[in-house]
Design a binder for this molecule. Structure first.
Ligand code: B12
Length: 222
């Protein structure tokens, strides 16, 4: 029987080798052996995608390979995701999430979405390449406390600053969280965001903190 470490490696290697069948088999074995599906997603599938990122940057992989790796990742996610226990004890709040206009990268965004989902939030996912004004409209339609934006390119991340301006003008009480590879804490501060998380793993904790600060502010205003 394969150990947890071996299965995590199979998940990661399967993504890197764009071997969807290998990923699916490893995901099923991971579950059958009673391991934590979230660990399989983060330390197996997502870890594989980080290696893919390095290969892409070293020009060893190109767009077609990367797309096949993403397919393999999603094959594993389909198996593991339904088994991640949700914290349905209370609805923590609502989040609007999306990848900004001009940017089709959505793997990281989808992981953050999943974390909010299992963390007890109601998530309104706008998808990728989202026109900037749609973030504003969806926040107003749903009255969500948080708007979470993802950008993976230095060019597209500038759109986040525009959205922050548009939302704060209409409703300064919305907490805005940014993330994505080119975004740092400094960039988030500079753009006027309320929160930042470098990975899906700490996005929900940051979200809960932001909502806490928001509620404190509202109390003071009363
Ligand atoms: C996969 C990928 C693609 C795939 C996307 C598939 C998909 N459905 O997402 C495809 C092949 C389509 C693609 C296309 C392109 N790509 Co590309 N791509 C990547 C790659 C290799 C990996 C990204 C990824 O999925 N990482 C894995 C996930 C798990 O990590 P992550 O996205 O960083 O997300 C984590 C955190 O950032 C964070 N996070 C992310 N979002 C959010 C949001 C919030 C609110 C929070 C709190 C946290 C958070 O949590 C996540 C999980 O922990 C990166 C290289 C890299 N090293 O990042 C290049 C990269 C992003 N791509 C790049 C480029 C240039 C392109 C193209 C222009 C290439 C081309 N010539 O066509 C096109 C752009 C098309 C477009 N208009 O968007 C550049 C961007 C350069 C820049 N700085 O501007 C990169 C950095 C590669 C490079 N060095 O050149 N790409």
């Amino acid at each position: 029987m394969a150990s947890k470490e071996e299965l995590l490696k199979q998940l990661s290697d399967g993504v890197v080798d764009y071997d969807e069948d290998k990923v699916k088999d490893a995901a099923q074995s991971f579950l059958d052996n009673g391991h934590d599906p979230l660990e399989g997603i983060m330390d197996g599938l997502a870890a594989g995608m980080v290696v893919v990122g390095d290969l892409y940057e070293r020009n060893e992989y190109f767009v077609p390979e990367v797309l096949m790796c993403a397919d393999a990742l999603y094959g594993g996610l389909d198996i593991l995701r339904p088994h991640v226990p949700s914290d349905s004890s209370s609805v923590r709040g609502q989040v609007v999430i999306g990848t900004v206009q001009g940017d089709v990268h959505d793997i990281g965004k989808n992981l953050v979405k999943m974390m909010f989902d299992v963390g007890g939030f109601t998530v309104h996912d706008l998808g990728r390449d989202v026109p900037l004004e749609n973030f504003v409209e969806e926040q107003m339609r749903t009255d969500s406390e948080i708007v979470a934006m993802s950008a993976m390119m230095t060019t597209t991340m500038l759109g986040m600053k525009k959205v922050i301006g548009m939302i704060k003008e209409k409703n300064p009480d919305v907490a805005i969280m940014l993330g994505g590879a080119p975004v740092t804490k400094d960039v988030a501060d500079l753009f006027g965001a309320d929160g930042y998380a470098e990975s899906a793993g700490n996005a929900v904790t940051e979200g809960i903190k932001m909502i806490g600060r928001l509620r404190e502010l509202r109390q003071k205003e009363k």
